[in-house]
Design a protein around this ligand. Structure first.
Ligand code: BGC
Length: 747
């Protein structure tokens, strides 16, 4: 009897277990651990299925495993909005009607907000747009360091400082991935040039690599848990960064424990053996590279495709490397397309526009405001708006970040439709001033704008000057645009100067009107030879869909500006570290045979303010600079202890709004190592906080740092090292306005 009962229980148990596993295999069982699901799926896949998932099948997709119910994987640019769909095998538009998006401000603007919470909202909103569009991964954000103001893609990155970049990238990635959409952080690494980006081989000290160029990526991986990283086009240690033993296998995967996928930049894969062994997991975009130039549907000819499969079958490679790649791809599937908990997607929701406006409003930087020319007092006034950038759409162009925005409000439209303007008895006039680039097309997305104007530069300047003579205010919208050799992928700028004769126009206008305001639209610093003549200067970035609204709100005082520069605004290239060592340091020197350019980062760790501090140079506007319509005082920096053994320090500092309007200040904490066995920068940013204050209000801000903030990369041990001794912490609201300091000792 007893025996029978046991048998019955056993049979029942056996039936239950086997029937439940027959119904729900482990890899489909969401209650199971993701690693168990990965192993189960892997064990069911054929060699061909494994090969399929590690390379593209179209411009932006790779196959899933249909037989197992794993959907195809779709990815898309990135990083300022979800790129419109292109044809399966061409860069031209697919012609969808549901792929217009919200264009968010460029990442330079996001960084200029110094507002990590906004970065999280940005990532989340972008993730919702991606979900609606069926994308499992967004190719972004970009965290390459702003090494020179000539960098063509600086507008897609977060400035020159590794700490600021790190603090801003983490919430972006987390916000995006909270939607079950992977972030593919790019371009890993040392992709600081656009010109000859496939040929540049960067030579750099380990210290500069770790202290300046890697922290943004490291934070994205270790703190935010990014699910994807894009290998960069350029070379380092003579290997392309899409299959680089040192940066991918060693640093990223071994040292940082990255468990996501390494995706090649489009066409960045060059070698089967390296692609197999050096950390690449998914190959995209190889269409244009050396295989069959321009061949269509060449996906079988990818390095990680049929050739790889054949080599495995011939015994050249074991299945081990392949399985390692497939595991990562499966993990990506379970995190994204196979994640049933994902929220619903939304496209162009009011919340997304609100996020775009908020980021733009918090990122615009008031660089200069003599005589309080700003904000504009419009009542009864005539305002002359000048410049192509007042009317030109900026969301189209610039390379892969180009978008098809549902709408884009230009600066001129923003001013004309502003409520304060509408309620004032005020007149707005427009003069073109200069003609820049009148084209408006990127891969088949057209702006539809007709910007043609055949008048000569003299005629355009004369018209603007005549009108300026009788205007109460002149507001010039100039700067760069998204055309080649400006803020655009594929090339770097040739000079730091403003294009299209704008310097002449701006000087001429400033000479006849004392209330001239210059708004610079760009992702890069430009030289401003007329800087002293123009009383008010605003950095207006590329602000996306809501550009005009955000700019008008700042110019008219509805928004009190609170952006601070995420990079040093040099007077000229002679103040830039990268440009101080001849062509070997920038743009590099071709090797014999003209296949590789060696570019040696001779300035080392001295990038941005680290260089101007070292050389005691006074830039036009310092890193961290940003004015407000009110004034602030940062005072009384203190810490509870003047000694630390573990390097964890908490500082308190007071910040007071000493003016008469509400506003926000960015309190910045820099640290100097007083004495060290290696060279250290004069100071380095190690903490910050944005604080909103009513007039007269004082708040105490708490800023914390850890041992890493005191450390340098020790090349001898290949690790971070903090040397005991004396340090100084400085606080203020710009790298050149540090009102208070406190000393402390690391025991
Ligand atoms: C760019 C990447 C981009 C990719 C796909 C490449 O040319 O460097 O940033 O994500 O194209 O469009």
């Amino acid at each position: 009897m007893k025996y029978k009962a046991t048998l019955l229980i056993f049979s029942f148990f056996h039936f239950f277990v086997s029937s439940s596993s027959a119904q729900t295999p482990v890899y489909l069982d969401a209650s199971k651990d993701i690693e168990a699901r990965v192993e189960d799926a892997l064990s069911r896949m054929t060699l061909s299925e494994k090969i399929d998932v590690i390379h593209a099948q179209s411009k932006f997709s790779s196959p899933g495993v249909k037989r197992l119910g794993l959907p195809d994987f779709w990815t898309d640019d990135g990083p300022h909005g979800v790129r419109p769909d292109v044809l399966w095998d061409e860069w031209e538009q697919a012609g969808q009607t549901n792929d217009s998006c919200v264009a968010f401000p460029a990442l330079t603007c996001l960084a200029a907000s110094w507002h990590p919470q906004l970065s999280s909202m940005y990532g989340r909103a972008l993730g919702e747009e991606a979900l609606y569009r069926g994308k499992g991964m967004i190719l972004g954000p970009g965290v390459n360091i702003y090494r020179t103001p000539l960098g063509g893609r600086n507008f897609e990155y977060m400035g020159e400082d590794p700490y600021l970049t790190s603090r801003m990238v983490v919430p972006y990635v987390q916000g995006l991935q909270s939607c079950g959409v992977a972030s593919c952080v790019k371009h890993y690494c040392l992709n600081n040039d656009e010109e000859y980006r496939h040929q540049v081989n960067v030579i750099i000290s380990d210290r500069a690599l770790h202290e300046i160029y890697l922290p943004g990526f490291e934070a994205a991986v270790k703190e935010a848990g990014a699910w994807g990283i894009m290998g960069a086009y350029n070379l380092y240690k003579d290997e392309h960064n899409c299959h680089n033993q040192y940066t991918l296998s060693k640093i990223l995967k071994h040292d940082w424990g990255f468990d996501g996928v390494v995706v090649s930049d489009w066409g960045g894969t060059h070698d089967l053996d390296q692609a197999v062994k050096n950390g690449l997991d998914m190959e995209f975009g190889t269409w244009t590279d050396g295989l069959t130039m321009g061949a269509t549907n060449a996906y079988d000819m990818y390095f990680l495709s049929k050739g790889y499969q054949k080599a495995i079958l011939e015994g050249k490679y074991t299945i081990k490397e392949l399985d390692e790649k497939v595991r990562r791809v499966l993990r990506l599937f379970f995190r994204t397309t196979m994640n049933k908990q994902r929220p619903y997607g939304f496209l162009c929701s009011e919340e997304h526009y609100e996020t775009a406006r908020l980021v733009a409003g918090e990122g615009i930087v008031l660089l200069k405001n003599d005589r309080n020319v700003l904000p504009i007092q419009p009542e009864g006034k005539k305002i002359l708006v000048v410049g192509e950038n007042a009317i030109k759409m900026m969301t189209v162009g610039g390379g892969s970040s180009s978008l098809k925005a549902q709408h884009e409000i230009s600066p001129l439209e923003g001013l004309m439709n502003n409520q304060i303007v509408k309620l004032s008895n005020c007149q707005i006039e427009y003069a073109r001033g200069y003609v820049g680039d009148v084209s408006g097309n990127y891969n088949g997305v057209t702006t539809g704008q007709d910007l043609k104007d055949d008048r000569s530069p003299e005629e355009l300047i004369n018209e603007a000057v005549e009108k300026a003579k009788t205007a109460d205010y002149v507001v010039i919208f100039g700067g760069l645009n998204k055309s080649d050799y400006q803020d655009c992928e594929g090339h770097d700028r040739k000079t730091m100067d403003l294009p299209y004769g704008q310097d002449k126009l701006i000087s001429a206008l400033a000479a006849v009107n004392k209330q001239t305001i210059y708004v610079n639209i760009s992702g890069n610093a430009v030289s401003m030879p007329w800087r002293k003549q123009v009383p008010a200067i605003v950095q207006g970035w590329f602000l996306g869909s809501e550009a005009g609204i955000a700019l008008a709100d700042v110019l008219l005082g509805k928004t009190n500006p609170s952006g601070h520069l995420p990079f040093t605004w040099y007077e000229s290239l002679s103040q830039v570290g990268a440009h101080s060592f001849g062509e070997a340091a920038f743009p590099g020197i071709w090797r014999e045979g003209k296949k590789i350019i060696d570019e040696e980062y001779k300035e080392g760790i001295y990038v941005g303010y680290r260089w101007t501090d070292l050389k005691k140079l006074k830039p036009a506007f310092a890193f961290g600079h940003g004015l407000s319509y009110t004034t602030f005082k940062v005072s009384n920096l203190r810490s509870a202890f003047d000694e630390t053994t573990d390097g964890n320090m908490t500082f308190k500092v007071d910040v007071t709004n000493t003016g008469d309007r509400p506003g926000a200040d960015v309190v910045q904490l820099y640290i100097s190592d007083v004495k060290c066995s290696v060279d250290r920068p004069v100071k380095e940013l190690k903490a910050f906080q944005k604080v909103t204050l009513k007039p007269g209000e004082t708040k105490t801000v708490t800023l914390s740092t850890d041992k890493r903030a005191l450390s340098y990369w020790d090349e001898a041990t290949g690790n971070w090292k903090a040397e005991p001794g004396e340090f100084i912490a400085w606080a203020g609201d710009s790298s050149d306005r540090l009102a208070c300091k406190v000393k402390f000792t690391l025991k």
